[in-house]
Ligand binder design. Structure first.
Ligand code: DQA
Length: 143
């Protein structure tokens, strides 16, 4: 089973970026963590990251075209206002699981809204890397 993991804007700065919110682990640590857990769950993963909205949409469409079983998506700040990413998730017929390192419901007002949640199969948040592990497990068990 193939699962695509898409990380949005500024996630490449993990470790340097607001460590009190996102933790001290780097993006490379996240990649290692995901690879390790994909072996445990016996799934094939591909991991990508982009700071650009259109590129994230291209990755989502790629997942559909290449018949991935599901997508794990941390859309970063696009979560809160990208109707284009929302429309894409609604358009592709594969499960997309929303993840966040932090608990967006407990932060600034503008972060409390996710415009993608109701078109995603499930959301995991507030558990740092563990949010991703749970999302991977969810997709693995769904198929
Ligand atoms: C985030 C939360 C978003 O509000 C923020 O813009 C991010 C990261 C998270 O993983 O907690 O870039 O998606």
């Amino acid at each position: 089973m193939k699962i695509l993991i898409i990380n949005g804007p500024n996630l490449n700065l993990l470790g340097k970026r607001e460590p009190e919110v996102y933790g001290k682990n780097t993006y490379q640590d996240l990649v290692k963590f995901l690879k390790k857990n994909s072996r445990v769950l016996n799934v094939d993963i591909r991991i990508c990251q982009s700071n650009h909205e259109g590129k994230i949409i291209d990755y989502l469409q790629y997942a559909m075209k290449k018949r991935y079983s599901g997508v794990v998506l941390n859309a970063g700040a696009y979560t809160h206002y990208s109707y284009a990413i929302r429309d894409c998730i609604a358009a592709i017929n594969i499960p997309v699981v929303e993840v966040h390192l932090s608990n967006i419901k407990m932060r600034e007002e503008f972060r409390k809204t996710s415009v993608i949640s109701d078109v995603c199969a499930k959301t995991f948040m507030g558990e740092h890397f563990e949010s991703y592990r749970k999302a991977l497990e969810y997709v693995a068990k769904k198929n």
